[in-house]
Design a protein around this ligand. Sequence first.
Ligand code: G1P
Length: 288
Amino acid sequence: MKPVRKAVFPVAGFGTRFLPATKSVPKELLPVVDRPLIQYAVDEALAAGIEQMIFVTGRSKHAIEDYFDRAFEVESDLLSKEKFDLLEALSGTRLAPGQAAFVRQQEMAGLGHAVWCARHLVGDEPFAVLLADELLWNPASPCLRQMRETYDAKGGNVIAVLEVPEAHTQRYGIVDPGRVEGAVTEVKAVVEKPRAGTAPSRLAAVGRYILQPEVMRILDAGERGAGGEIQLTDAMAKLIGRQPFHAQTFAGVRYDCGDKLGFLQANIALALERPDMGPHLREWLGTI
Ligand code: G1P
């Protein structure tokens, strides 16, 4: 079984739900406490042993490329002032030479299309996909690492899922579940944003995937699905039956940072966990 060495980060989206903040700042660079969303996703990938990060960017997203580069002026300034703690804060932004690759998605034609834009860089090996606006929080056992353990045991394709309220199923890719073994559920089918009342379960895909490269061959066809977009879910659905396909129920907390309320909740929850600010924040929250 080939190891998962590469991860694709689709980061071309306009982030319209956060306008005007995202007019000139990519939504993936919005901070949760003091780290941008994309940093959490990259850290999660690194913790799962991913070696190569492939960012699918778009126009006006070049700040993401800069973020993962050296910041010569500020770094030399901090070094000369011996501000080593601040230099340390930049450590996660320093990917090794050649470890980050950037490819552009020229049109917003859907998640499947974004992933397909990375096909030449992915090549003929399994790969992960991480959606940075889904902050999946479990520092002791990050989501992609949980999925990787399942992949190492079962091979094929693994997607992360969580139970969502029935009324929310129409916002997600929803799994039709088969046999359940602890946190791992066999996937019989997946359907993108099912109409109200038609969802096969409440198990929703939450933005983490380990996929076999054959999914790219399916995406080659450019078939449009829900919302007139080229859907990753539809391409995945065609792999089921041909290859093992499992859903991993994520053990941890999910913050939907594509949504303003979820983003604020992530900021508050993660700040409360921080020893340097948690106690002060808790005290202040008690006064308002
Ligand atoms: C995408 C996927 C969907 C998944 C969701 C998770 O939808 O198409 O299957 O459940 O991400 O956040 P989007 O939120 O981009 O519409």
